[in-house]
Design a protein around this ligand. Structure first.
Ligand code: SF4
Length: 271
């Protein structure tokens, strides 16, 4: 890619895996997010529309500022600088949800959990248990493939301090809910990486037609909740500590702990 100083990659200009074109409709506020998520004809178009969204002023400004200023280690790289949509299998049996892309990870590479330390842990584990073709995920054109897995985030734009506001989470919910709805026929297990992802996935499951229990069970590593649906098979929500730098440095989450969760996800997906 070129190394210009643009705040984002214009859609349809050749970035590997770019789902959008210059004609992809752009949401400018939360109402338009809901409209465009609902009216997209298929998952491919949902993902394209997600990737050009400009509904949250604060997040658009932040993701583009980061893309221009860059981290020194990546100063010669062009940054994606756009929302990071769901990625992986179109008909997955396992859906993995994080909170939001990292400023110099997904916001740089254009692919979720790609190019940051959390992703290193996640993809290494997915590879060990047979759910990813490679043990690393570094660039959008690195040849990585997920096997029966799709990875999404509750919020599609990198937030300052990794903290999206409640309004930003609400604004982004229709994108997540539509992706969850589209994979419902095949998905049997949803893995929530961290407590924020756990909280964020409940409303998306409800929008997609599942019937979450009340009160909602608390997040914990290895916690499982089966969630029924009146018109289809249930799904099991599975909690997993986020492989953040803090959690991996302190040993709160280890490689065997991640592997055990994803092995369990495979069992649930095979039922
Ligand atoms: S966080 Fe979601 S709703 Fe907000 S601008 Fe990004 S993609 Fe759009």
């Amino acid at each position: 890619m070129t190394t210009g100083n643009a705040p984002y990659v214009p859609p349809g200009t050749g970035w590997p895996g770019d789902p959008a074109t210059a004609a992809t409709p752009v949401a400018h506020d939360a109402r338009e997010v809901a409209e465009l998520a609902a009216s997209a004809p298929d998952l491919r178009e949902v993902v394209a529309r997600e990737s050009v969204c400009r509904a949250c002023d604060r997040l658009v400004a932040w993701r583009e500022k980061v893309a221009v200023e860059r981290r020194r280690a990546f100063a010669d790289e062009e940054y994606w600088g756009r929302p990071v949509p769901g990625w992986g299998a179109d008909a997955p049996s396992i859906l993995i949800s994080g909170l939001a892309p990292a400023a110099h990870g997904g916001n740089r590479t254009g692919r979720i959990f790609t190019g940051d330390r959390s992703g290193d842990w996640l993809f290494a584990s997915l590879h060990r248990v047979g759910l990813a073709a490679r043990e690393t995920s570094v660039r959008a054109d690195d040849g990585q493939e997920l096997r029966g897995v799709r990875v999404v985030a509750a919020v599609r734009c990198a937030p300052p301090d990794n903290k999206p506001t409640p309004d930003e989470r609400r604004a982004c919910l229709p994108w997540l809910a539509r992706e969850v709805a589209d994979v419902r026929p095949s998905v049997r297990c949803v893995v929530a990486l961290g407590g924020f992802a756990w909280q964020g996935v409940w409303p998306a499951l409800k929008h997609a037609g599942y019937a979450p229990p009340r009160p909602r069970p608390a997040f914990g590593h290895g916690v499982e909740v089966e969630i029924g649906a009146p018109d289809g098979p249930p799904v099991t929500l599975l909690g997993c500590y986020h492989p953040s730098q803090q959690n991996t440095f302190t040993g709160r989450v280890t490689a065997p702990m991640l592997d055990a969760v994803f092995e369990r996800a495979k069992e649930l997906a095979a039922r």
